[in-house]
Design a protein around this ligand. Structure first.
Ligand SMILES: Cc1ncc(COP(=O)(O)O)c(C=O)c1O
Length: 465
């Protein structure tokens, strides 16, 4: 064995051992970190050493020193934000991907990873019932997936209005009116800002955070009447499949009938894989583009966002880059780099492919179904406790709790966060402080649900004295 081969072997074996021990500790370990970033700074910082350290020792050092500062996000008892765990096949595929080290921008240069991504894309369309002509790209997360879908929409709306966006830019371009529900995720505004589309018009939502179609209609009418010279006003509505407080889905059929639509389904898009949740996602396939995050509900490791755009030409025009040294494949499937904002990139679709291959269609449906079931168990058992209000009335993966007034809710939240057995986060929703539970980990089981209910009950009892 050569010296370089030995160094790989030692480092990878050390990493595999540490990774296994970390994952095996998830069932019993404390969830929250026990050291702050400031406390850990000295272990990782200081002057850059003059001399290096053998690779396996670096890995051992990293694992030992990071341990107290790790949040047990892959644990079934982690309920903070919508994060998800990692499926074994997806995690292992992610390791392989790092070892392969394929810069998957060009189809002809990295055919294996390009073909795997194309297959994953087709499976996703099939699984979610989205138009088969759509193009699928793998970005870093839902934020960039949504940004990419919005960029394709901007390109198409400008082209339809007779404006050459690529040639003439935004100065003097027709104004695109963007509409969002009151409870859209803030990253939608960020995407619009990146694209120079400005602040969107905010349309009122109902008590669970769903956009109200009649209000969208009114807002659009108003914008149309303000249009110049009777010319049509380019308009785009950003809808949401899965509200992070209530789990609610916007009424897609009604809203999509009103304007060109992008759907942010960061964690909710996967509901479309479950036949009995079809009421939530009715009309999903009528939109023009969709964004989601694969770690959240599918449970691949971070990071991986998925953008799906019906109008492949608009996507590739918005994202494509052509240079003399980047030789494109002659066949028509297009290069991975034409579908996302980055040129040189990790083939994030590979862990997605592995997750789908290991679960199959039934397995994805069953995983989403289980998350929804766990959230219902939590909501039911918590609602039965004296002094607990469950504020959401949607059966998906989110549970929002209040405990009387805001001061009590804040005190309970603080105690739950410091409890160690589980981790949940605070938020503010419908003008109230809340304790928010997200069920997004495939491994959360009955015992985890029991522990979560105990942790909330104990925190409330302690606050009440
Ligand atoms: C509805 C919604 N949209 C967008 C995002 C942003 O996703 P990401 O963190 O993958 O960029 C989130 C994150 O939780 C979300 O819940």
């Amino acid at each position: 064995m050569s010296a370089s081969e030995e160094r790989y072997r030692d480092a990878l074996e050390a990493a595999a051992g540490h990774a296994r021990r970390w994952l095996e500790s998830q069932g019993t370990r404390r969830i929250g970190p026990q050291a702050t970033a400031a406390e850990l700074a000295a272990d990782f910082g200081g002057p850059l050493p003059q001399e290096g350290m053998p690779a396996a020792e670096v890995v051992d050092y990293l694992a030992a020193k990071a341990e107290p500062g790790l949040m047990a996000m892959p644990s079934g008892r982690f309920f903070g934000w919508v994060i998800g765990g990692t499926l074994p096949a997806a995690l292992a595929a992610d390791w392989l991907l790092s070892a392969w080290d394929q810069n998957t921008g060009l189809r002809f240069a990295t055919p294996a990873t390009a073909a795997i991504e194309e297959a994953a894309g087709k499976w996703i369309l099939e699984l979610l019932g989205l138009p088969e002509e759509s193009d699928v790209g793998f970005a870093t997360g839902a934020t960039m997936a949504n940004f990419t879908g919005l960029a394709a929409a901007r390109w198409r709306l400008m082209a339809d209005a007779g404006w050459d966006l690529d040639g003439d830019g935004l100065a003097g371009a027709p104004r695109i009116r963007c509409f969002v529900g009151q409870e859209r995720h803030e990253t939608i505004d960020l995407g619009l800002r990146y694209l120079g589309l400005g602040r969107p018009t905010v349309v009122p939502s109902d008590r669970q955070g769903r956009i109200i179609p009649a209000e969208l209609d009114c807002a659009l009418d108003l914008a149309l009447s303000a249009g110049e010279g009777g010319r049509p006003v380019p308009a785009l509505v950003c809808l949401q499949a899965g509200n992070l407080h209530s789990g609610a889905f916007d009424p897609l059929v009604e809203a999509i009938a009103i304007a060109k639509a992008h759907v942010d389904g960061a964690f909710g898009l996967w509901a479309a894989a479950v036949p009995e949740l079809s009421a939530l996602t009715a009309g999903l396939g009528l939109a023009d583009s969709w964004g989601t995050d694969a770690p959240k509900t599918l449970n691949v490791p971070y990071d991986c966002g998925i953008v799906i755009v019906r109008d492949a030409r608009a996507l590739r025009s918005a994202m494509g880059l052509h240079a003399v040294y980047l030789i494109q494949a002659a066949d028509g499937a297009g290069d991975p780099s034409e579908r996302v904002p980055e040129l040189s990139r990790r083939a994030r679709g590979v862990p997605v492919w592995a997750a789908l291959k290991s679960l199959g269609r039934d397995g994805v449906a069953s995983q989403v179904r289980t998350l929804v079931h766990r959230a219902a168990q939590l909501a039911d058992q918590l609602a039965a406790l004296d002094g607990v209000e469950v504020l959401n009335d949607v059966d998906y993966t989110q549970v929002s709790l209040a405990f009387g007034d805001d001061a009590v809710t804040r005190a309970v939240t603080e105690r739950v966060m410091g409890d160690g057995r589980v981790w949940m986060s605070g938020s503010r929703w419908q003008d109230r402080d809340i304790l928010r539970i997200s069920v997004s980990n495939w491994s959360t089981d009955d015992a985890d649900v029991r522990i979560a209910v105990d942790a909330v009950r104990d925190a409330l009892a302690a606050v009440r004295g």
